[in-house]
Design a protein around this ligand. Structure first.
Ligand SMILES: Nc1ncnc2c1ncn2[C@@H]1O[C@H](COP(=O)(O)OP(=O)(O)O)[C@@H](O)[C@H]1O
Ligand SMILES: [Mg+2]
Length: 382
């Protein structure tokens, strides 16, 4: 029988950013108490939580003190040292699982696990010198991506290497002890699929999202985009199911995918938590990815993921999209009942910093995508 972490219990969130904030909002609606680790009261999640524990993620004592105050712990920040994650799990279940967390922290381990369960990935290899980098590039067809094996996000710790680049200077510029070299995938589109799994093994899937990146950062996501055919959806669901089952996940995860010219999917990476591309589920579905995270980790009843709207789109608001001062006119597009503005309460706006997002819902995926792009531009219009 599944243990239920009932309303009134304390949910611990490792990481105090926007993902924690949106989970906290959802959990508060359902009467839970929220403790966040890694930010003060003024952090995006700390602002909407009961308890905020500033602290470093390598401070095991502090993490344990935090875990003792929680009934269940989840994370929006993945780089929690292995031994600390295992220790937390002894005090309060760490969802969606220590094994998944540790694997997702390490690109080599992650890609090895994905291929071991039969999922297609880019060819990859660990390298520790410029000679190894050059030889991987030769073996993988000339154009490759070099990535830091740990700690990368939003394209940070990542270098594109062409057949003519000098491997020695590329390696020294990257300044890595170990890196992973990946074949450069020539994809048609980038997709993601957000999925959840309950303790009894019930798995649920949102429709895959079509994702557009700018400068390696997610820019716009569209749900029910015409490029995502039924065959692509089925393939994405089966891939996500394989990952959920392999890691015996209880919680929510996302897998990032490339759709290649042959119409098949290649897995890029796993995010062991709700994902930026899934923010539109707040408006587009009856159960958002954050409510799903809460339901799965707390042992609440499973619900089917029913749509509220045939399609939806989301545009990220980075520092450069935010006006210096808010004016009533900049908010005109948001007067539509089908358009929502989310801001994460970050006091300081910086280039490429995720400050918020805009979601639009409606019948036509092309129209909703135009709506969010236009609404974002209007924020900055004089
Ligand atoms: N092997 C690859 N081939 C082609 N593009 C890639 C490859 N790996 C990464 N990219 C591009 O870089 C982006 C960020 O890479 P990703 O591995 O997802 O790292 P991050 O942790 O920064 O999100 C991807 O969304 C994709 O646009
Ligand atoms: Mg990524």
């Amino acid at each position: 029988m599944t243990n239920v972490v009932g309303p009134g219990s304390t949910i611990g969130i490792l990481g105090a950013g926007q993902l924690g904030r949106m989970l906290a909002v959802s959990a508060r609606q359902m009467g839970y108490r929220i403790a966040v680790f890694g930010g003060d009261r003024d952090s995006p999640a700390g602002q909407v939580s009961d308890l905020a524990w500033p602290g470093a993620f390598d401070d095991e004592d502090k993490l344990l003190e935090f875990a003792r105050a929680c009934d269940v712990v989840t994370y929006e920040f993945e780089n929690i040292p292995s031994h600390a994650a295992a220790a937390i799990d002894q005090h309060a279940p760490l969802c969606p699982g220590v094994n998944l967390l540790q694997t997702a922290q390490n690109r080599f381990a992650e890609k090895t696990a994905l291929s071991s369960i039969g999922l297609r990935t880019a060819e990859f290899r660990m390298v520790r010198s410029s000679e190894e980098l050059a030889s991987a590039r030769d073996d993988f067809g000339g154009a490759v991506v070099l990535k830091a094996n740990t700690d990368g996000y939003d394209g940070k710790g990542q270098w594109s290497i062409t057949p003519t680049d000098d491997a020695e200077s590329a390696w020294s510029e990257a300044s890595l002890n170990e890196g992973i070299v990946e074949e450069r995938i020539d994809f048609d589109f980038e997709l993601s699929i957000v999925a959840g799994r309950y303790a009894d093994g019930t798995a649920v899937f949102y429709d895959p999202l079509l994702n557009d990146h700018a400068n390696h950062i997610l820019d716009v996501s569209v749900s029910a985009a015409p490029q995502v055919t039924e065959a692509v959806t089925n393939e994405a669901v089966e891939m996500a199911r394989a990952v959920l089952e392999h890691f015996d996940v209880v919680g929510v995860l996302c897998i990032e995918l490339f759709l290649t010219h042959d119409g098949h999917l290649v897995v890029n990476e796993i995010a062991p938590r709700p994902h930026n591309s899934g923010h539109l589920t707040i408006e587009a579905y009856h159960c958002s990815q954050f409510e799903l995270q809460l339901r799965t980790i707390c042992g609440l009843p499973s619900v089917p993921l029913l749509r509220r709207s045939p399609s939806a789109a989301m545009a990220n608001l980075l520092g450069q999209h935010i006006p210096d001062a808010w004016r009533a006119e900049s908010l005109t597009p948001l007067e539509s009942p089908n358009t929502s503005l989310h801001l994460y309460g970050k006091p300081e706006s910086r280039l490429n910093r995720k400050m918020g997002h805009i979601t639009a819902t409606g019948a036509d995926p092309t129209a909703v995508e135009q709506t969010v792009r236009l609404a974002r531009e209007t924020l900055l219009q004089p």
